[in-house]
Design a protein around this ligand. Structure first.
Ligand SMILES: Cc1cc2nc3c(=O)[nH]c(=O)nc-3n(C[C@H](O)[C@H](O)[C@H](O)COP(=O)(O)OP(=O)(O)OC[C@H]3O[C@@H](n4cnc5c(N)ncnc54)[C@H](O)[C@@H]3O)c2cc1C
Length: 511
């Protein structure tokens, strides 16, 4: 690795080429053109013939920040993408068959500076419901209760923490409109060859019709193919399938049956898990599975058997390897989206990682020339972030009481990364969790999932034991009452969506 601050490629970066127009390509194009578009010529190459991966419909709350940066009107966005609100994920059968929990986006209870809320709830649980009424851990989280009761509204102060379910194809079209409004030039064509300078940097994309699209800087959004970073620059791929055994998915869209709930459903099965994502106009469904335990044809049949509502298409099988490119920025190429790596969609993190990729790139944008220091810093931050998310996803497989199938037996026996082993052990010993700097999932998420998956801490913080039964009961009771008071004020989710996101003309461009 070079460590000099000399530019790798002298001369300013003025011509940016985005290869690929899926969710990643158009998310990159929209923000780059909005913020730096005046100084750049941005072109995006995509191929209708190849198409996009066509899934990726559940998001997390950070997407609101991306929309704010773009100046997107939320109602227009929701109408254009047929979006619904999402308050968290319900994990069904994950701890064990017949047991559910929710990982919600809201905060649970109230922390003391010495000890998180879980310590107080655990102290009450140890004393018993008779002595200190305490209910479920989720009773202290408004987002969780609102989700399960199918309610939603924007609240005036300290509102609900939410994200969206959206139609992936419509989202790409929506962002394309914004990008083109900012001057991004779209080129329809199939990339036949990636051309390099003598020093190895990418010079141009040669399309099937023989034309060339030259650039100073390239953003590889070509999906799993990773045409520029992987195939051309030869960047290796770190395979994490020994921790994440699922390597396939089958997806199908169905007609809506019943109300759209404001949470994603993740239902564990003997061979993997199933998602259900309710949109305004349809439902997205899929089965993520380990091919060593289930064949594609069986998976298709099983999904069709488990869906509710009429299938609107033939089920589509997708193959992937969980893992990450060794680096995501090399020379004059940055890969964003599936071209950079993939973690299964259990916690809906891929669109977030696209967003982080583009915002981080813009923070170190090499307008004046490409420096190895920027490349190294970018790669280090990307790696840190993805490894924390990887650990969080592995947690769901590792900490469970399920042993009813080879998949779950394998997960119970497998080693996990040291960073995760430490976290699990610390929570088991003391109920403590500490968030790493810049980590996506905070203490609140880790605690919900660790408790939800069935991890029972052996101890809690002594601060909680300083409270007598009455004092602890009063403290907990007041929080539950506050949640209940806010809950009854919320309208039904579907009514709210209907009145809030009524179809309007999609936004062509923002200022
Ligand atoms: C089963 C599954 C479920 C998922 N669920 C979620 C979820 O719920 N939430 C979430 O955040 N993420 C999810 N994801 C991830 C999400 O789908 C992707 O992160 C997102 O769609 C971005 O994909 P992409 O743009 O990188 O790739 P693609 O959508 O594959 O786009 C690649 C682009 O490159 C173009 N291209 C490729 N080769 C060429 C060529 N030779 N010439 C020209 N153009 C070319 C294609 O035409 C296309 O435009 C899921 C992924 C999978 C596999």
């Amino acid at each position: 690795m070079q460590h000099t601050n000399a530019p790798l490629r002298t001369g300013p970066v003025r011509r940016v080429v985005i290869a690929g127009g899926g969710t990643a390509g158009w998310m990159v194009a929209a923000l780059l053109s909005k913020v730096l578009g005046k100084g750049l010529a941005i072109r995006l190459v995509e191929s209708d013939e190849i198409g996009t991966v066509g899934v990726g419909e559940a998001t997390i709350p950070t997407l609101l920040t991306y929309h704010q940066l773009l100046g997107i009107n939320e109602q227009e966005f929701m109408a254009a993408t047929q979006a619904t609100f999402k308050l968290g994920i319900q994990f069904e059968n994950w701890r064990n068959v017949g047991e559910d929990y929710v990982h919600s986006f809201g905060l649970t209870g109230k922390d003391h500076w010495t000890a998180g809320f879980q310590h107080f709830w655990l102290a009450a649980r140890q004393r018993g419901e008779q002595r200190v009424p305490h209910g479920d851990y989720g009773d202290y989280c408004l987002e969780l209760r609102a989700g399960l009761e199918n309610r939603f509204a924007h609240l005036p102060r300290n509102g609900l923490n939410y994200a969206f379910h959206l139609d992936a194809s419509r989202y790409a079209v929506f962002l394309r409109g914004i990008s083109q409004g900012h001057g991004v030039q779209r080129i329809e064509g199939k990339i036949a060859q990636v051309l390099q300078h003598d020093d190895g940097d990418i010079r141009a994309l040669r399309l099937a019709d023989g034309s060339e699209v030259e650039g100073d800087f390239f953003i590889d959004c070509t999906g799993f193919r990773s045409l520029l970073l992987g195939q051309t620059l030869g960047v290796g791929f770190e395979d994490w399938s020994h921790w994440l055994p699922c390597d396939s998915a089958v997806a199908v869209q169905t007609a809506s049956v019943g109300e759209a709930v404001p949470y994603t459903r993740s239902i564990a099965h003997p061979f993997g898990w199933q998602w259900r994502i309710p949109l305004q106009h349809r439902v997205g469904n899929g089965l993520v599975f380990a091919s060593r335990y289930l064949g594609d044809d069986e998976a298709r049949a099983m999904l069709l058997q488990k869906i509710e509502g009429e299938a609107l298409m033939q089920p589509r099988v997708l193959k992937f390897t969980p893992g990450q490119r060794d680096v995501t920025w090399k020379r004059n190429v940055v890969a964003i989206g599936l071209a950079s790596g993939f973690l299964e969609p259990l916690e809906s993190t891929s669109i977030h990682l696209i967003q982080r990729g583009i915002t981080r790139l813009m923070q170190c944008f090499p307008a004046g020339g490409i420096h190895q220091t920027d490349i190294d810093e970018y790669n280090r931050q990307v790696r840190d972030e993805i490894e924390h998310i990887r650990d969080f996803i592995i947690l769901h497989y590792k900490v469970t009481n399920r042993r009813d199938a080879p998949l779950w037996q394998h997960c119970a026996a497998m080693d996990v990364p040291q960073s995760l082993a430490h976290r699990i052990q610390m929570f088991s010993d003391t109920a403590r969790v500490f968030k790493a700097p810049h980590e996506l999932f905070g203490e609140n998420s880790w605690i919900q999932v660790m408790l939800g998956q069935g991890l029972t801490p052996g101890a809690h913080h002594p601060t909680a034991d300083l409270m007598g039964d009455d004092e602890l009961g009063h403290f907990l009771g007041e929080i539950r009452k506050q949640v209940a008071r806010q809950l009854v004020q919320l309208p039904r989710h579907e009514d709210y969506v209907r009145s809030y996101a009524a179809p309007v003309q999609p936004q062509a461009a923002t200022a």
